[in-house]
Design a protein around this ligand. Structure first.
Ligand code: GDP
Length: 283
């Protein structure tokens, strides 16, 4: 999945989301539970203005459970409803409709008070950066495979509503927004979790970032996975240790740093080091 985010594309994406907002009652802002801040759009508050919103911490199955709880409390403190979900397996997805119903209760009660007998279904839109799981969640909510995975910018088609039970309708095309990639650390976190393509950033840079992070926050997991007695101070020495143990070698027996970088990132993304969160609230 590659989207080139030029300023013109960002403006267009923002306009497209704002157009859709007119049609809907509530926004589901999808973020990656492992990096809830870095996987957000930097202009999200400005784009959504005062639209009712629920933050969905997706891929919670891959994130550190304890830290996800802290994030939910963090959002709650800002009076933003947040839920942890796993769109792939469906965990937590049922709570979404219930939470939306609760949030929109006053609006629908007003409609009922005006004498509208059969209130329409709540209308919802999913927004988020690429690869955060928008299509997966749409499919989950729809209960069958309607939305294609993968974004196809430039392909226009009529918007359709997907029925989610009797009480909710969801726009079939999500709002695709850009991350704050001008921030280097955000870029490294997005790359570490696999949200952006490996070809965009230097693989070794990403692995250096990821290994330093693990060294600081999950040293025991790092030791266990790569059978290290101690974690070397020096990052090159750490690459060497992992490379030798895992056979990431060039001819002549020298460690192949690209291979080490690839291995480490693949193992992080496939949970070989367990559930990991790369940011905590209030950091
Ligand atoms: P989109 O670009 O936002 O529409 O993202 P996709 O729905 O295409 O998902 C991107 C990748 O993340 C796919 O490989 C999905 O299978 C995976 N994915 C989506 N949601 C989850 C989740 O909750 N847990 C896990 N483990 N993987 C997920």
């Amino acid at each position: 999945m590659t989207i080139q985010w030029f300023p013109g594309h960002m403006a267009k994406a923002k306009r497209e989301v704002q157009e859709k907002l007119k049609l809907i009652d509530i926004v589901f802002e999808l973020v990656d539970a492992r990096i809830p801040m870095s996987s957000r759009n930097p202009m999200i508050d400005e784009i959504l203005v005062n639209k009712p919103r629920i933050v969905l911490l997706n891929k919670a199955d891959m994130a550190d459970e304890e830290i996800t709880k802290q994030w939910i409390a963090f959002f709650q403190n800002q009076h933003i409803k947040a839920l942890a979900i796993d769109s792939q397996a469906g965990t937590g997805v049922k709570q979404i409709v219930a939470a939306a119903k609760e949030m929109l209760k006053p609006k629908f009660e007003k409609m009922a008070a005006k004498g509208i007998k059969n209130p329409r279904a709540m209308r919802a839109l999913i927004v988020g950066i690429p690869n955060v799981g928008k299509s997966t969640l749409i499919n989950r909510l729809a209960g069958k495979h309607i939305a294609k995975t993968g974004d196809k910018p430039g392909v226009t088609k009529a918007q359709q509503w997907i029925k989610v039970g009797k009480e909710m309708e969801l726009l079939d095309t999500p709002g695709i927004l850009w991350p704050k990639f001008e921030d280097e650390e955000v870029g490294l976190k997005l790359a570490t979790t696999g949200a952006i393509k490996d070809t965009i950033l230097n693989l070794q840079d990403v692995a250096v970032y990821a290994l330093n992070f693990l060294k600081q926050h999950y040293p025991e997991r790092l030791k266990e996975r790569y059978s290290l007695v101690e974690i070397p101070e020096d990052i090159v020495a750490l690459f060497d240790e992992i490379g030798k143990r895992r056979g990431c070698l060039m001819s002549g027996g020298l460690v192949d740093y690209d291979k080490v970088a690839e291995l480490v990132l693949r193992e992080i993304r496939t949970e070989k080091l367990g559930r990991l969160s790369f940011e905590k609230p209030n950091e």
